[in-house]
Design a protein around this ligand. Structure first.
Ligand code: PLP
Length: 394
């Protein structure tokens, strides 16, 4: 059956059974290697790669099934799964860049991404300019003859800023610059960056795609006229297979199972987040709420144009960091923990948890102000979430 015309929710649930057994839950091929039976040896020598199974670092049938599913959900031409979201980011960038190249990135990115850009990628001869990508003028000024990649997040932690995708893609493509977008905070249920011309989307499948806080993984998807049609397969063979960030078959299976409820979970999570944001806006102990669905959000217009829903992530500012810690420690239903996107409401203090290694001046430029609290809103009943937050705020 062609799933092309199905609604996103049906596409998330549906996939073809495994042909041999007709198993409607795709099997976990828990095997590191595969026998060179029949003419497989001859096929490999003749250049066959994905068509045959060789070794699970270069690909595994359960991983391929997960990739196929994500490619359909994201409207991509292809997908490559990786061991983590960071592996997706590093493998995608090392699959495009070489020494001497330059990247323009948003100043506000996931903490490990920022550190990778700020303290690591320079060791490989790649230079980086940090700008605010919500301002295309800054982006254009930062481009030079060596710029190969423009990088930003569809929905950026912790202020939930939403850069204008179409305008950025246009600016970059005029100069042949590849646009790479991290869609983790939105998920394919909330944002489809390929529909706005983004060439490469990277995402931590650990978060919304998997959605159960039980498996770490990542995905790279491609839909691009700038990169070769076989770019992802080249990354699989020449980057992932050499750097070694392959996804395990068991995690591929968990993430595939999780992805089947993506639409349902995220719809509920977004509704809960919107209700919590509105509640927090009226709370006397809350100074400011950052949620792209609120009219008070500086990028509300971009959010309306680019997001199918306003997401399940929000942050808010309280008096100071100390009070923020007290609030989070008092939570009973909501979970004070790193990470996001799962069934349970999880919450953290971006300043002192995720971004601890980043100097305070840089943190402020990223919008990480003192007393900022972040929520990834789960699927619990909204009344219970609000009651828990209310008692914790005191
Ligand atoms: C979590 C996260 C990552 C990294 O993903 P891992 O699966 O933890 O490696 C990258 N980008 C964003 C926006 C994230 O939230």
């Amino acid at each position: 059956m062609s799933s092309k015309k199905l609604d996103f929710a049906s596409q998330a649930v549906f996939y073809e059974p495994e042909p041999e057994s007709q198993s409607i839950s795709y099997p976990i091929y828990m095997s590191a290697n595969f026998q060179y039976g029949g003419d497989i040896y001859d096929q490999i020598v003749a250049g066959a790669r994905k068509e045959v199974n060789i070794y699970s670092r270069c690909g595994n049938p359960t991983e391929y099934k997960f990739e196929e599913h994500v490619a359909r959900l994201t409207g991509a031409d292809g997908c490559l799964a990786t061991a983590s979201g960071m592996a997706a980011i590093s493998h995608a960038l090392f699959g495009i860049l070489k020494a001497g190249d330059h990247i323009v990135t948003d100043i506000t990115t996931y903490s490990s991404t920022h550190e990778f850009f700020d303290h690591r990628i320079g060791d490989f001869g790649i230079t980086v300019s940090f700008v605010d990508t919500t301002d295309p003028v800054q982006v254009e000024r930062a481009f030079n003859d060596r710029t190969k990649v423009l990088y930003f997040e569809a929905l950026a932690n912790p202020t939930m800023k939403v850069p204008p995708m179409k305008a950025l893609v246009e600016l970059a493509h005029q100069r042949g610059i590849v646009v790479v977008c991290d869609n983790t905070f939105a998920s394919p249920a909330v944002c489809q960056p390929h529909a706005f011309g983004v060439d490469v989307v990277v995402e931590s499948a650990t978060k919304f795609i998997g959605g159960h806080n039980d498996a770490v993984g990542g995905v790279i998807t491609q839909r691009s006229d700038l990169l070769p049609a076989d770019w992802l397969e080249d990354v699989r063979w020449n980057t992932l297979n050499k750097l070694g960030g392959a996804l395990s078959p068991f995690n591929a299976w968990l993430l595939l199972r999780g992805a089947q409820t993506l639409a349902l979970r995220v719809e509920k999570q977004c509704a809960n987040a919107a209700a919590l944001a509105r509640y927090l806006e009226t709370h006397p102990k809350v100074k400011r709420v950052f949620y792209p669905g609120l009219e008070s959000h500086p990028n509300h217009e971009n959010a309306k144009a680019q997001l199918r829903n306003f997401g399940a992530m929000l942050s808010f500012q309280v008096e100071n960091e100390e009070y923020g810690v007290q609030v989070l420690k008092r939570l009973q239903l909501c979970c004070f923990a790193a990470s996001l996107g799962g069934l349970r409401t999880t919450t953290q203090l971006p300043g002192t948890m995720a971004f601890l290694d980043i100097p305070s001046q840089e943190r402020e430029a990223m919008g990480i102000v003192d007393g900022l609290v972040r929520f990834s809103v789960g699927i619990e009943h909204i009344d219970d979430i609000i009651a828990d937050v209310a008692q914790a705020l005191g």
